[in-house]
Design a binder for this molecule. Structure first.
Ligand SMILES: [Zn+2]
Length: 270
């Protein structure tokens, strides 16, 4: 029975994974994510029902488009599969059990999934374009608000901190939209700040601060290695300010998901 439940959760995860890849492709290109039928980006062939099944369709089609035989990037398959695994891990951390289904845990699971959608989309789009889409930020704002309302209803004691973060997020959104920041770099900084506040609301302080610290440490180490390598090679290559090319949205999101799942495990398995 439990195995059956976890298989369903895995399938759900792969379906979400398939949605992430679609949304990461379409949102920056301004293609409708709901009403436009899935198609092959090479030959525009509309995908049939069996070609839409996540993970299996990739194996079934041998990683190629049915019509034009164009290779499908394996990252679609990997992402769908990893998303399924993430869902299973979260369910396991929350101790979701077919024999004792607890409505509160299920609601928590649903909120985590809604948050994951935001984080995956932010990571995916930032990785490709080094920017965070406004529409995804608005979506994560809506998720954060609903989560806080839910906590209020449940009589959560430390509600003030959530309200504080929410106000910060609103202020950032207002400044960002009112001042029409021209410089791309400054705009990106605002987006990253908003992402951090969203993380604070949906995970917690420990996970968020650790994510940021780990990313900066890793960048620091990478910089030292890069510098040493250059010094050893005595090459006169221009030492570009590497901080400018880092995709912080992608790096923070990825670290955040891993730490968050680990934190959930310790919270529910004390
Ligand atoms: Zn094709």
């Amino acid at each position: 029975m439990n195995l059956f439940l976890y298989i369903i959760i895995f399938i759900m995860g792969t379906l979400f994974g398939s949605f992430y890849t679609l949304a990461v492709y379409r949102i920056p290109r301004k293609i409708d994510i709901i009403h436009t039928h899935s198609f092959c980006p090479n030959c525009n062939h509309k995908l049939g029902f069996f070609e839409l099944i996540p993970v299996w369709s990739y194996i079934f089609l041998g990683g190629k488009c049915k019509e034009c035989k164009q290779k499908i990037r394996p990252r679609y398959f990997i992402l769908e599969f990893l998303s399924g695994i993430a869902f299973i891990l979260i369910a396991f951390c929350l101790k979701i059990n077919a024999y004792s289904l607890n409505i509160e845990t299920l609601i928590r699971f649903a909120f985590i999934i809604l948050y994951l959608v935001a984080i995956f989309l932010i990571a995916g789009i930032d990785r490709e374009y080094r920017k965070i889409e406004k529409s995804v930020l608005y979506y994560s704002f809506a998720v954060s608000c609903s989560y806080i309302i839910y906590l209020c209803i449940m009589g959560q004691t430390s509600i003030h901190r959530y309200v504080m973060y929410l106000i910060t997020l609103i202020i950032l959104l207002i400044i960002e939209s009112r001042t029409q920041i021209k410089k791309a770099e400054a705009s990106y900084l605002f987006e990253i700040l908003m992402l951090i506040v969203v993380m604070l609301i949906n995970t917690n302080e420990l996970v968020t601060i650790s994510s940021v610290v780990i990313v900066f440490l890793a960048i620091g180490i990478a910089k030292i290695v890069y510098y040493l390598k250059n010094a050893l090679n005595k090459s006169k290559k221009e030492y570009k300010n590497m901080i400018e090319i880092y995709k912080f949205g992608y790096l923070f999101s990825l670290t955040n998901i891993i730490l968050f799942i680990g934190n959930l495990y310790f919270m529910y398995h004390k």
